[in-house]
Design a protein around this ligand. Structure first.
Ligand SMILES: Cc1ncc(COP(=O)(O)O)c(C=O)c1O
Length: 376
């Protein structure tokens, strides 16, 4: 039944939502094309190709017997570990069922019909979804060189704007804004709008930044009560399937978030695994190195093939292939799953998550073959 035939009554801002399109699961592709699932390479969801670290697996094994009980709703132990790591009190921390949950909790806490949200064209799609789900208006600011145009975003803030989302690095483009640009943006907002506009700085890919580029966003949270920084354990920490992320914000904003989040939004296994990986510096370092190597491998291949790409600051590369829909289909036939991004306004591009060297090589050889046959 199409939504127009449905007898259900729902707000128009809900029926207007185009549901999130997740990366194609390996099993689905195997069924569709009769392929061996073990031979399929999935470079579509910006997951950690090293998988879940042993440290997390051990912590989970220990916690399984306790699953008859609800999780700790306050997430005390995980917050204690985060509090020590980031040097903020526990009442500055909010845990989320993935950082996606954080992005939605903020929208839930601050938005209502008659308010608006500013974000960039080609920014992470959840900003639009969270805005629409609250019946708020979205103000999408044209991107500059596929990245956020912070001065245009500043000018776009309207009297009814409550929230600005910034992805840094951004998905799906992989672009990055340096710390001084973010700080200037925050200072301008404080000057022009005081605390009326909350800024969400989404740093899901932060751990993939080269050390020289990293800046202390938590120090900015200390300075700006209208700033929320969100982070995740899904990417460099390798826990995507468990769903755990967190926010750092001053207590007044944190208190608002706490009023609308689900009481048990982060499950027990996610909490114990997150504590384990926070202490697993070796795994994090390996994630970073594998990603750096894979990025060089992919970008060098794109150079060789004469393809335009956006130099990436994250764990994926956005590459311009022209007829992306057809090339994506050809890749699927060869057992390689990447992410088409036409829905993000980028119909000629594909987003390729960085995998293990052999996975990247499979993708490169399939792409080379497809592009070769195009020129034949
Ligand atoms: C920019 C950005 N923010 C947040 C998320 C949400 O990730 P998670 O909910 O797994 O923490 C993603 C996931 O791809 C992302 O790309």
């Amino acid at each position: 039944m199409s939504s127009t035939d449905s007898p259900l009554v729902a707000p128009s801002h809900v029926t207007a939502i185009a549901p999130y399109q997740a990366g194609k699961p390996i099993e689905e592709l195997a069924r569709e094309y009769g392929l061996d699932p073990t031979a399929i390479v999935k470079l579509a969801s910006n997951e950690n190709p090293l998988g879940m670290p042993q440290s997390a697996q051990a912590a989970i094994a220990q916690a399984v017997a306790g699953l008859g009980r609800y999780p700790d709703a306050a997430g005390f132990d995980l917050k204690a570990a985060l509090s020590e790591r980031y040097g903020v009190p526990q009442n500055w921390l909010t845990l989320g069922n993935g950082s996606n949950d954080i992005l939605e909790i903020v929208a839930h806490a601050l938005l209502e019909p008659g308010t608006s949200v500013v974000y960039s064209q080609h920014a992470f799609v959840v900003y639009r979804l969270a805005t629409q789900a609250r019946g708020a208006r979205h103000i999408m600011v044209p991107a500059r060189d596929l990245g956020h145009d912070l001065s245009a975003m500043l000018e776009a803030i309207a009297p009814d704007t409550r929230l600005v989302y910034i992805a840094n690095p951004n998905n799906p483009t992989g672009t990055f804004l340096p710390g001084d640009a973010i700080e200037q943006f925050l200072a301008q907002i404080a000057k022009r709008h005081g605390g009326r506009v909350t800024v969400v700085l989404d740093e899901a890919y932060n751990e993939y930044l080269e050390p020289a580029l990293r800046f202390d966003s938590v120090a900015l949270v200390r300075k700006y009560p209208n700033l929320l920084v969100s982070r995740t354990f899904s990417k460099a920490y390798g826990l995507a399937g468990l769903r755990v992320g967190f926010a750092v914000a001053q207590p007044a904003l944190t208190d608002l978030l706490n009023r609308v989040r689900q009481p048990f939004n982060v499950n027990t296994l996610a909490q114990v695994a997150a504590i384990a990986v926070l202490g697993d510096a070796e795994f994090l370092a390996r994630s970073f190195e594998v990603n750096q190597g894979g990025k060089r491998q992919l970008q060098a291949a794109f150079d060789q093939l004469g393809l335009t790409y956006v130099p990436s600051y994250a764990n994926f590369v956005l590459v311009k292939v022209g007829d992306a829909a057809r090339i994506n289909l050809e890749l699927l036939k060869r057992g390689v799953i990447v992410r088409p991004v036409a829905g993000d306004g980028l119909p000629e591009w594909l987003r390729v998550s960085i995998g293990l060297p052999e996975e990247n090589a499979r993708f490169i050889s399939a792409l080379t073959e497809i592009l070769g046959s195009r020129h034949a």
